[in-house]
Design a protein around this ligand. Structure first.
Ligand code: NAI
Length: 665
């Protein structure tokens, strides 16, 4: 008997979900009885459990003895009445039919002990209505697992109108005892949390694909490669089954007018019998059998406006939050664990900007006229209060104690001990203009002797580029060579200022770093790139040459031969290649990017600030002069560093085997 007072679990229905729920319950040590309509089906379920446990053995997570012990805890029965007689909790997983479910619950209620909790794994039916079939509605609750239960960590615990807090809490703790990550859903709204957000997301893109705003492949490429979702939105629907999506869509639409957004594309596929991967065709064709992958090119989604794609999902999440149906953290946990999103829906919203989300929703609403797209009052309120997300330091989340200064073409975000300079022309791939360069210069001045900031990180806004180069159109001006020359020198001065800046700088590159963009990154002390990034000095293709230090700085990193190749052939190289030749310090997958950049920066931020400046200067300037002078510079910096308090602290900490705390004194 567990601390929860649960020993025996009755699982009704042993199909796709039922057998998995029985398996995880037995793995957690509970006695399990599994019920179905024939012994044959039950035997099949036992076989499926054994197969699945075998996979855990292959991965070294279970021993063969464990498997026997777990199987020994599961028995089968053809009678609900008999199975629930001494059960502490029942989990029903019969087909999604309200009358069938009510019948199961009435029978369970009549035979289970009074303390037993009766739970349903329904994906779309109201818990409140199912509970009405019993005389214990306070003990009826939804426990919604994700498929397959042994692998998916998320469980939604759903309260019906009469579910007691005690029952909900017990169900929550039970899910935890299975090693799952539960989230609490305070009202049995159709689709609960995760499916509701998914339906909102699907509805918006479906309309856009149907009227040709974007193609299916464009949307999938953008969501998969730019937003980092594990599958494209339509690809996922093919994977789940077009019939499943169609049926769930109908079921929730019946109950909730907000979700009544018919998708002509799904209906068409459903009627044709193109049910997705399992039938070899859905939104995509699966030529080499069920397990072949959809063909979604990486570059196909470049023109898709991701804000528009995600806006309906954000709107739905805002509704759930405002209605008190779930907490912010549970909603974000839900999409991360239930849908495998790299970020929560509110985290995306804060990144996109709440004002941009509201604008996109208004456009969708004007075009398609569904209530689903009418901006939720919570979002409008946030815009009114200036809670716009990351850029204003506060949205659904708070962003550090530091202030965000918005210039016209960059954003300066202080998050002590770090500061971010964000090149902010995402629609133009963050190409550099003179205004942007002047703003960078101002931002560097502001950070120059700011004691709170120890490391500065440059990155691009949006998800396509660090910076794709200088904006050629911005340089059209007086044609005289002399003016070109001095304006180019001004540009160079700003780039050089990064090199002279007294604190470590990092270029966080995700996407293109080309031409002037790469030159700016070269002036930084470190470069960290995502694996999809592309770098290059393509100026030669325009009949010109690099003008912001490319011919000088590139050599220091990659040597003369490679530098000439990059500059004189003008080809772009992938991040991996850039790493191989020493152009970038790290290459990381997109999901790990933010984390890696932060941890790299934090490591630097914990270093001794004064010695870091001296080291940077000795390297940057000592290497520009004859070696003897460089060595003298080094000696001077060395002696200056030795006399700092930080140096004393470093030695003391070393002797006492503790971590030093450098104060920059
Ligand atoms: P399924 O069709 O694979 O399994 C249902 C099982 O219930 C079958 O083995 C069937 O023989 C049995 N059954 C039918 N009538 C019965 C009765 N009167 N007594 C005992 N057993 C009976 O269905 P699946 O996919 O496992 O779905 C079950 C429930 O879980 C549904 O409510 C569904 O909405 C929900 N769900 C399904 C998910 C999925 O991905 N398949 C995910 C989460 C929830």
């Amino acid at each position: 008997m567990s601390q929860l007072g649960i020993r025996k679990v009755a699982v009704i229905g042993s199909g796709t979900m039922g057998h998995g729920i029985a398996e995880v319950s037995a793995m957690a040590g509970y006695d399990v009885v599994m019920v179905d309509v024939s012994q044959e089906i039950l035997n099949k379920a036992l076989e499926r459990i054994r197969w699945s446990l075998g996979k855990f053995v292959e991965r070294g997570r279970l021993s063969k003895d464990d498997v026997e012990r777990i199987m020994g805890r599961i028995r089968t029965s053809l009678s609900i009445a008999e199975a629930v007689r001494d059960a502490d909790i029942m989990i029903e997983a019969v087909p999604e039919d309200i009358n069938l479910k009510k019948k199961v619950f009435a029978e369970a209620d009549a035979n289970a002990p009074p303390h037993a909790i009766l739970a349903t794994n329904t994906s779309s039916l109201p818990i409140t209505e199912i509970a009405e079939a019993t005389r214990r509605p306070d003990k009826v609750v939804g426990i919604h697992f994700f498929n397959p239960p042994p692998l998916m960590p998320l469980v939604e615990v759903i309260k019906g109108a009469k579910t007691s807090d005690e029952t909900a809490k017990k169900a929550y703790e039970f899910a935890k005892s299975l090693g799952k990550e539960p989230i609490m859903v305070n009202r049995d709204v159709p689709g609960f949390i995760v499916n509701r957000i998914l339906i909102a997301l699907n509805s918006g893109v479906c309309l856009m694909a149907a009227d040709g705003t974007y193609s299916v492949v464009e949307i999938d490429s953008a969501t998969k490669y730019r937003a980092g979702l594990p599958m494209g939105i339509f690809e996922l629907q093919d994977f789940t089954g077009i019939d499943v999506g169609y049926m769930v869509g109908l079921a929730v639409a019946l109950r909730d007018p907000l979700l009544r957004v018919p998708c002509p594309l799904i209906e068409d596929l459903y009627k044709k019998g193109w049910l997705g991967q399992k039938s070899g065709r859905g939104f995509y064709e699966y030529k080499e059998g069920t397990y072949s992958r959809a063909n979604i090119p990486r570059e196909a989604g470049e023109k898709v406006d991701l804000v528009k794609v995600f806006a309906p999902a954000v709107n739905m999440a805002a509704w759930l939050l405002r209605e008190g149906i779930a907490t912010r953290d549970d909603i974000d946990k839900g999409v991360k664990l239930g849908l495998g999103w790299p970020k929560g829906v509110f985290e995306y919203a804060d990144e996109f900007g709440i004002d941009n989300i509201v604008k996109a929703l208004n456009e969708l609403h004007a075009k398609y006229n569904y209530d689903l797209f009418k901006p939720d009052p919570l979002l409008e309120q946030m815009v009114k209060e200036g809670r716009l997300g990351q850029k204003s330091g506060r949205g659904f989340y708070e962003y550090g104690p530091g202030a965000t200064v918005e210039f016209k073409e960059i954003i300066l975000k202080k998050e002590p001990p770090l500061a971010w300079i964000i090149l902010n022309r995402p629609m133009r791939l963050n190409t550099l203009t003179m205004t942007m360069m002047e703003e960078i210069s101002k931002a560097l001045d502001m950070l120059w002797d700011d004691k709170d900031v120890r490391v500065v990180i440059f990155r691009g806004a949006g998800d396509r580029a660090f910076s794709a180069g200088a904006d050629v159109t911005a340089f059209a001006g007086p044609l005289h060579t002399y003016y070109f020359y001095i304006s180019n020198r001004k540009f160079q001065e700003v780039v050089s200022k990064i090199e002279r800046f007294p604190k470590p700088t990092i270029a966080a590159i995700d996407g293109y770093a080309l031409g002037g963009g790469l030159e700016l990154a070269l002036a930084c002390d470190f470069r960290i790139a995502t694996d999809r990034s592309e770098l290059g000095q393509p100026e030669i293709n325009l009949g010109i040459i690099p003008g912001a230090g490319g011919t000088q700085r590139l050599i220091r990193y990659v040597g003369l031969g490679r530098a000439k190749e990059l500059i004189m052939l003008g080809d772009r190289i992938k991040a991996e290649e850039a790493y191989r030749i020493g152009l970038v310090n790290r290459v990381v997958p997109k999901e790990k990017f933010e984390e890696e950049v932060r941890s790299f920066a934090m490591k630097l931020a914990q270093g001794p600030p004064i010695a870091l400046t001296y080291a940077k200067y000795a390297i940057n300037f000592g290497t520009q002069v004859p070696t003897d002078i460089g060595l003298m510079l080094e000696a001077a910096f060395f002696s200056m560093a030795t006399t700092t308090k930080d140096a004393q602290e470093g030695v003391l900490a070393f002797l006492n085997r503790r971590k030093p705390e450098f104060k920059g004194e």
